[in-house]
Write a protein that binds this ligand. Structure first.
Ligand SMILES: [Mg+2]
Length: 343
C-alpha cells in the first residue's frame, strides 16, 4: 500500500467569522492510501484554535523518508499511521478516515456499518451564519432559505443587534455558538434573552478554562448548554459533565473516528446530548463524520456547503437533511468537473 498527500485551499462562499477570527479560505491536507484499485481518502482541516496548521502537517509527513506501510490488517495500519501523526489531531483524523475508507472498501461494507450504527431517519444539519458585515445578514439568511435550522455565531459586542436582524428575516430555529465569547454575567443575560427568541441551545458560552463558572451558568440558564472547546476527547467528559447538557464532537479535535465513537459511548453514560460538528472542511471530512450521525442528537455538518470548490462528493445536504452516500467505505467520489487530488 502506498501513501500520498496534498494541500488544497477551500474557498469560503462568505468570509467565515467567529468571535475570535475571520478567514476567507482554509488550507486542508488530503491523505490518500492506495492499495491496488482501492483509494482510501482522508482530510485534515487544522484549526488555529488548537494550534494546528497545514504547513506543520506537511512538515510532519515529510519528516519520514520511509513510508512502507504494513501489509495487512486495520489495526496494524492504523497503529503505524497514528504513531506518525506527531500528535496533530487533524492529521490523525485524516489517517483514521483514510484507513477506514480503505479497510471498509476492501471488506465491502460502509464505514457506518463498521461502527454498527442503528437504522435512523436522516438527521437535520444546521447551517452556519458566521459573523460578518451586518448589512450582509439578510442576504445570508435568504441564501439559507432551504435549511430549517440556523447556527448563529455570537460572542461579539453586538450580539443582540445580530439576533434582531435575523429575527426580522426569519423565525426558524436558531442554535447559538458564542465560541467562548461571554462572561457569567453576559451569559446569564443572553441565555434569558435568547430563550424568548426560538433558540434551541447555546454552544460554548464561556472560555474553556472556566468550567466551574459554566456550571453556574448551566444552573441559571433556561437553555441547554453544549460544550465545544471544552470537549476535545472522551477523557474530558467526566470533568465537564456537571457544567454542560451536551457535547459537540469533531473529528478534527478528537483525532479519529475511533475516538469520536468512544466519545459517543462516554457521553451516553453521562446522559449528555451529543452533537457532531465540523470545521470548514470538504466532503471527505464531512462524510466521515456523518457516518456516525445515527448515534447522535444534533448535527452541525455544513462545512462543505460553506465552500464553493469542494473537490469531492459524499454526504449531501437536502433541505437540511444529511443524505449519506450509498456504497462501501466512506462512499466518496470525485466531484464532477473537479480534478482528482493527487494520484
Ligand atoms: Mg463551536
Amino acid at each position: 500500500m502506498n501513501i500520498k498527500w496534498s494541500t488544497y485551499r477551500l474557498n469560503c462562499i462568505h468570509p467565515f467569522g467567529i468571535s475570535r477570527s475571520t478567514y476567507s479560505f482554509y488550507d486542508v491536507v488530503y491523505v490518500y492510501l492506495k492499495d491496488g484499485d482501492i483509494i482510501g481518502r482522508g482530510e485534515a482541516a487544522p484549526s488555529a484554535r488548537y494550534n494546528e496548521f497545514h504547513d506543520s502537517i506537511i512538515n510532519q509527513l515529510n519528516s519520514y523518508k520511509d513510508w512502507v506501510l504494513p501489509d495487512g490488517n486495520l489495526e496494524d495500519t492504523w497503529s503505524f499511521l497514528k504513531k506518525r501523526s506527531g500528535k496533530i489531531k487533524s492529521l490523525e483524523a485524516a489517517f483514521s478516515m483514510a484507513v477506514l475508507d480503505w479497510w471498509c472498501q476492501k471488506n465491502q461494507q460502509s464505514v457506518g456499518s463498521y461502527f454498527d450504527v442503528p437504522e435512523k431517519p436522516a438527521l437535520l444539519t444546521s447551517f452556519t451564519i458566521a459573523i460578518g458585515e451586518l448589512n450582509l445578514l439578510p442576504k445570508k439568511i435568504a441564501e439559507a432559505k432551504e435549511y430549517p435550522i440556523l447556527k448563529v455565531k455570537l460572542g461579539t459586542d453586538n450580539d443582540k443587534e445580530i439576533m434582531n436582524i435575523i429575527r426580522n428575516e426569519t423565525d426558524k430555529i436558531v442554535r447559538v455558538d458564542a465560541n467562548e465569547g461571554w462572561t457569567l454575567e453576559s451569559g446569564i443575560e443572553m441565555c434569558y434573552w435568547l430563550a424568548d427568541r426560538n433558540v434551541e441551545f447555546i454552544e460554548q458560552p464561556l472560555p474553556a478554562k472556566d468550567v466551574d463558572i459554566t456550571a453556574k451558568l448551566k444552573e441559571e440558564s433556561p437553555l441547554p448548554i453544549i460544550a465545544d472547546e471544552n470537549s476535545l476527547f472522551s477523557s474530558d467528559i467526566p470533568g465537564i459533565a456537571h457544567a454542560f447538557d451536551g457535547i459537540n464532537i469533531k473529528l478534527m479535535k478528537c483525532g479519529s473516528l475511533f475516538e469520536a465513537h468512544k466519545m459517543i459511548t462516554t457521553a451516553n453514560k453521562y446522559n449528555l446530548k451529543i452533537m457532531l460538528g465540523c470545521m470548514v472542511e470538504s466532503s471527505v471530512g464531512i462524510t466521515a463524520a456523518s457516518h456516525l450521525s445515527p448515534f447522535v442528537d444534533y448535527a452541525d455538518l455544513d462545512g462543505h456547503i460553506l465552500i464553493d470548490n469542494d473537490p469531492y462528493r459524499g454526504t449531501i445536504v437536502n433541505e437540511g437533511s444529511l443524505i449519506l452516500p450509498k456504497g462501501v467505505g466512506l462512499g466518496i467520489s470525485k466531484h464532477t468537473g473537479m480534478p482528482e487530488y493527487l494520484l
